[in-house]
Design a protein around this ligand. Structure first.
Ligand SMILES: NC(=O)c1ccc[n+]([C@@H]2O[C@H](COP(=O)([O-])OP(=O)(O)OC[C@H]3O[C@@H](n4cnc5c(N)ncnc54)[C@H](OP(=O)(O)O)[C@@H]3O)[C@@H](O)[C@H]2O)c1
Length: 334
């Protein structure tokens, strides 16, 4: 009989997670009680935030406990239902965790339609990263037509959508990514106005060239030195969206703040953090708009899908090596 493969958090890593951070176990597939559904998980979302969830200590969400199933968003199919809201055959999105089967009472789960978009897209552009991009650039970044926008992590799940939304809204958009191929992709496939290869270019020089009048909005996915350089080039009333700081997530020492922060004072600028969950009540509206842009060919969605729950660790590390394009997804069902 089929078993349920589950990935448990075994150890809290210091620095980059190692293979023994996780443990793969096999358990019996559970049966739903009254009010519950059994979901066969098909795809799980691999997100940089997962690195933060396995640290001890206070954050915007409680850490994953040792020996618990690793937390992850996922999409799957309802294969047994004792809950009137969900029928067998429905596809759902929710916090499935990294496992092949899971029971839930359905709270926090919503149905998705695979005839409208491929399932992995519900983990990317039509899911949490897409919502982050939408609310981050439009609301937190207070984007205005004509703004000069810089986005880091631009070939990733959030950044690629941020840049495309800014183009739709009539802005000049420069993306930052690691390597010539990703930079080419930003310009040729996604229609960015320019790109900076932060691994090979002189970033300070390039920012100066691309932003002669300064940066109106910097959408920060990476933190660290790049945040500092962007701060140093802020335009008057410029806005910085603190979405993430992936360059710092595997630090073994405490993060050091940016030294150019006085630019905020000089330029009457703002730097504001965001957490996507705060916008949950408006997700539906945003997803409708994003879907429409996709249908109109204005917004491209790219998912990079790897296979096999046993490959979780190696696939997860791609977030930090950059060996992937767009939204990183793992297919966990067999
Ligand atoms: N605040 C929120 O609510 C929220 C929600 C979702 C995501 N986020 C944050 O948004 C950021 C992007 O998330 P995502 O899901 O879209 O990930 P992603 O961009 O799809 O993947 C991560 C990318 O980061 C780049 N990267 C890795 N290490 C780096 C380093 N040291 N310096 C610069 N770039 C580095 C890599 O691209 P290259 O090849 O270009 O290096 C990699 O592909 C993350 O910081 C994440 O934590 C925040």
């Amino acid at each position: 009989m089929a078993q349920n493969k589950q990935l448990l958090l075994q150890k809290r890593p210091i620095g980059l997670p190692e293979k023994d951070t996780w443990k793969l176990v096999e358990t019996e597939i559970p049966s739903p009680k009254i009010g519950e559904i059994l979901v066969q998980c098909e795809y799980v979302s691999l997100d940089p935030a997962m690195r933060g969830w396995i640290n001890e200590g206070r954050s915007y969400i409680a850490p994953v406990e040792l020996n618990d199933v690793m937390r992850a968003g996922g999409v799957g199919k309802v294969i047994e239902s004792k809950n009137a809201t969900f029928n067998v055959g429905d596809y759902v999105y929710g916090q499935t965790g990294v496992q092949q089967y899971m029971l839930t009472d359905g709270k926090g789960y919503h149905k998705v339609d695979p005839s409208l978009a491929p399932l992995p897209t519900y983990l990317g552009t039509l899911g949490m990263p897409g919502m982050t991009a939408y609310f981050g650039i439009l609301e937190v970044g207070e984007l205005k037509e004509g703004d000069a926008v810089l986005v880091s992590g631009a070939a990733g799940a959030v950044g690629s959508i941020v840049g495309q939304i800014a183009k739709i809204k009539g802005c000049t958009v420069i993306g930052m990514a690691g390597g010539a191929d990703k930079c080419k992709y930003l310009i040729e496939e996604l229609g960015f106005d320019g790109a900076i290869d932060y691994k090979n270019d002189n970033v300070a020089t390039k920012i100066k060239e691309y932003f002669p009048k300064g940066i109106d909005v910097y959408f920060d996915n990476v933190g660290g030195e790049i945040l500092d350089l962007a701060l140093g080039r802020l335009a008057m009333h410029g806005r910085i969206v603190i979405c993430g700081a992936i360059s710092q997530y595997n630090n073994k020492t405490a993060i050091k703040g940016p030294s150019n922060y006085m630019s905020l004072l000089v330029n009457r600028g703002t730097m504001r953090g965001m957490v996507v969950f705060d916008y949950a009540k408006d997700y539906q509206k945003a997803a409708m708009q994003m879907g429409q842009w996709m249908l109109q060919g204005k917004l491209k969605s790219k998912e990079d899908v790897y296979e096999g729950i046993e490959n979780f660790h190696d696939t997860f590390l791609r977030l930090f090596s950059g060996e992937k394009l767009g939204k990183l997804v793992l297919k966990v069902s067999e």
